[in-house]
Design a protein around this ligand. Structure first.
Ligand code: PLP
Length: 454
């Protein structure tokens, strides 16, 4: 059988594939990439063109593609076994991985529950928190059922994680399926919900969170936050002190703190986990995207021993956590994750990050002269560049113009692959990106913005 031609594959793509988060009416017009291979930090399309993968294949790829050590780890694991169940039984690779994660995680997180993606990591945290309060101290605090979240938050696409989210465009349609949460205005400094500027900011966003949590006190099961940065909302960076105040008010009313580090975990912030920047440890920590270096779907929800203990007891008491996925703790994914963590340890990844983060910051500053650049938000080795039609009034482009997509498409002609969030151009480059590649990336973005904004 001969291999299909690129034209055939494109035709079959149009005929059969339903793409996620993709308006199919414009899909083909927006010149979608058709990837055939990867080479280090580059994606290679079916025509042999190479593009720097500047969004880490949607925020999960950490060290590029076809990383020899991760490839070898998966091949070696294939010679043992690909998958066996963790339901009531165990397997070597997920045990080793759980131990490694506990060693790396913030203090107090001693238990690891595996699942398959970021949404399930959050879904698990949500169910664990609810069930914990039913069972903790004989159910004395079973009234704790309320989750406090941020407007504009994104925690995934399953019904529970959508309930926690606050992005109208993604979530409104599903409203009839969702449960209520208490939503607090997000710390979106460029468009501050409290009308403040940097100079006048007194962290009103943190005060509002505290007030909401105190008001509901004994009904609050948990505060749920993306850790450090609201990713899908447009790379909205939380002001310093925000997480610390969330932790403190959770403690004050006796609620749990759930941190979603699906996007910010594994080095993105400059630390292994973003909450380390504020010296905060959550009760439940959700991890996914970078866990396997961008190779295989896998997620982990880490919990404290206090939470775990509330699930112990004779089986007849029904305290068990009745949740689990077929591929939970998959051996190939565990091998990829262990190899990923080895790379962090052996290749000095975290040690090299401060220099790269500073360099990214300096290069981003160089874009500020472009009139369409409204705000630049950097979070470690990630950034969002918000494009605006009118910088003075911070007025956005009409959504129908799809400016963000147009800019990314124009940048593609300069050899860089990007995918925006609305009119925010998102950068999630490999943690191992070189200085030359950073310069190339920023040149391509400048060209893209110049070409696609009036
Ligand atoms: C991507 C993301 C999720 C969802 O992860 P999936 O693997 O896409 O289900 C959840 N939370 C945050 C913060 C994310 O960025």
């Amino acid at each position: 059988m001969t291999a299909p031609t690129p034209a055939q594959v494109r035709a079959w793509d149009d005929a059969h594939l339903w793409h996620p988060f993709t308006p199919h009416g414009v899909y083909r017009d927006e010149e979608p990439l058709l990837v055939a291979a990867g080479e280090g930090h580059y994606l290679v399309d079916t025509e042999g063109r190479r593009y720097l993968d500047a969004v880490g294949s949607l925020w999960c790829n950490l060290f590029g593609h076809r990383v020899p050590a991760i490839d070898a780890a998966i091949r070696a694991q294939l010679d043992q076994i690909a998958h066996s169940t963790l339901l009531g039984h165990s397997a070597v690779p997920p045990v080793l991985l759980a131990r490694r994660l506990v060693e790396l995680a913030p203090a107090g997180l001693t238990r690891v529950f595996f699942s398959d993606n970021g949404s399930t990591a959050v879904e698990v945290a949500l169910k664990l928190a609810l069930q914990f309060w039913q069972q903790h101290r004989g159910g004395q605090e079973r009234e704790r059922r309320l989750f406090v979240t941020l407007g504009a938050a994104y925690h995934g696409d399953t019904v529970g994680s959508v309930s926690l989210g606050g992005i109208e465009l993604f979530h409104e349609r599903y409203r009839p399926l969702l449960f209520d949460t208490l939503k607090v205005p997000p710390p979106y400094c460029y468009r501050c919900p409290f009308g403040r500027e940097r100079a006048t900011c007194a962290l009103e966003c943190a005060t509002a969170l505290e007030a909401a949590v105190r008001r509901e006190g004994p009904r609050v099961a948990a505060i749920v936050l993306e850790s450090g940065m609201l990713g899908a909302a447009g790379m909205i960076v939380q002001p310093d002190g925000f997480l610390r105040r969330a932790r403190a008010v959770a403690d004050e009313v006796g609620a749990l703190l759930i941190l979603d580090e699906v996007a910010t975990g594994f080095g993105r912030s400059g630390r292994m986990f973003a909450c380390e920047r504020e010296g905060v440890a959550p009760d439940l920590l959700c991890l996914a995207k970078g866990l396997t270096g961008g190779y295989l779907p896998m997620a982990a929800t880490l919990a404290t021993e206090r939470i775990f203990e509330a699930f112990l007891g004779p089986p007849a008491e029904g305290r068990t956590f009745f949740h689990g996925h077929t591929y939970t703790g998959n051996a190939l994914a565990s091998a990829a994750a262990l190899a990923t963590l080895d790379i962090f340890a052996q290749d000095g990844i975290l040690e090299a990050l401060p220099g790269k983060i500073a360099r990214l910051g300096a290069l981003l500053d160089g874009l500020r002269d472009l009139p369409a650049v409204g705000d630049i938000r950097q979070f470690g080795l990630a950034a969002g560049i918000e494009l605006v039609q009118d910088r003075e009034r911070r007025r956005s482009y009409p959504a129908a113009e799809r400016r963000g997509m147009a800019v990314c498409r124009a940048a593609r002609r300069h050899g860089v692959f990007l995918r925006p969030l609305g009119d925010t151009v998102v950068l999630m480059p490999p943690l191992t990106i070189s200085d030359d590649e950073l310069v190339h990336l920023m040149d391509a973005i400048r060209h893209g913005i110049e070409a696609a904004t009036p």
